[in-house]
Design a protein around this ligand. Structure first.
Ligand SMILES: C[S@@+](CC[C@H](N)C(=O)[O-])C[C@H]1O[C@@H](n2cnc3c(N)ncnc32)[C@H](O)[C@@H]1O
Length: 298
């Protein structure tokens, strides 16, 4: 691991201070993934220990080092390794938008950095006054990007604390959450309710977890059930609307994900008039677990 410094990814642009600064697999150390959050490095490994070679990143390259083992079953808080102790939440900037980060939050730190390019697409494409829906909103990062662009955003999530975090993210950008809508509960049920109520949106973002089971026992597996979710989303779209379909479908080839989106549009009885597939941000190299398809339908 002598030359890890040469493999560091530069900041993606001058308006972003959080990104995947390093990823490497197959080293003597196993897999190592490092996210840079405005100077703080969060090191994740598939081994049980911190890769000591990186300790020297402080203070020259990083203000602090935190480490956690990458393990989906364990939602632990990262462990302090070196440098400044992060006492509480802090803010990062991405595409000139501010997001609150909390290293003591177990599930994730508040933002999925691999979705940066999708947040940029929303910033660029949502038109002022558009009514837009963010399903599975988590801390509302997509919602904040859409609100910054002038959209009127409805955010859906099972978790009230995450929606509250989303409101903080809006406030961090000088946006009053009162101008937007927040719905706690199951996104599948909300989509059915909105359809029945004839509540319609110009655009919908779908970014479900890989697996979800609601209180009634309804199971959703992204790699099998995505088409059904797209069909539900089509049911709340205006006649000429867009869908941003994304998700972590590790084992699914990109063409199968695209086929699922096409199938969902067909089941939703809509006509596809535009489809784009996008790769992950460049610093993720050959990784392709995150899929993105943007469609317009009539
Ligand atoms: C993959 S993350 C979504 C990430 C988010 N789109 C982002 O970019 O930050 C999963 C989120 O989905 C929520 N969730 C899981 N199952 C759900 C369901 N059935 N309905 C609504 N939200 C759900 C979780 O509470 C969590 O906040």
């Amino acid at each position: 691991m002598k030359n890890w410094r040469e493999q560091l990814n530069p900041a993606p642009d001058a308006h972003t201070n959080a990104w995947r600064i390093f990823s490497g697999e197959g080293f003597r150390w196993g897999g190592i993934w490092i996210d840079h959050f405005d100077g703080r490095w969060l090191v994740q490994t598939d081994r049980d220990h911190f890769p000591e070679a990186f300790r020297e990143a402080v203070p020259e390259l990083a203000t602090s080092l935190y480490w956690k083992k990458r393990d989906k079953a364990v939602k632990g808080t990262p462990q302090w390794i070196a440098g400044e102790v992060q006492a509480g939440p802090f803010e990062i900037v991405e595409n000139s938008v501010r997001y609150r980060i909390d290293f003591s939050s177990g599930y994730s730190q508040g933002i999925f950095l691999d979705q940066r390019e999708n947040r940029r697409r929303l910033l660029e494409r949502v038109r002022p006054g558009e009514r837009v829906l963010n399903c599975f909103a988590y801390t509302c990062a997509f919602s904040v990007a859409m609100a910054k662009a002038g959209g009127i955003v409805t955010s859906l999530d099972l978790s009230a604390p995450y929606l509250d975090w989303g409101k903080e993210n809006l406030r961090a950008n000088g946006i009053d959450p009162a101008g937007h809508f927040f719905c706690k509960g199951d996104a599948f049920e909300w989509l059915e309710t909105f359809h029945r109520q004839e509540r319609r949106f110009n655009g919908v973002v779908i970014d479900p977890p890989t697996f979800s089971r609601n209180q009634k026992g309804r199971v959703f597996r992204a790699e099998k059930d995505y088409a059904g979710l797209v069909a539900l989303a089509c049911g709340v779209l205006e006649e000429d609307g867009w869908l941003l379909c994304t998700g972590n479908t590790h084992h699914q080839p990109a063409r199968d994900f695209e086929a699922a989106v096409r199938e969902g549009v067909r089941r939703g009885r809509r006509i596809l008039n535009h489809l784009e597939s996008h790769p992950m941000p460049p610093e993720y190299g050959r990784e392709s677990y995150l899929k993105t398809v943007w469609v317009r339908v009539v």
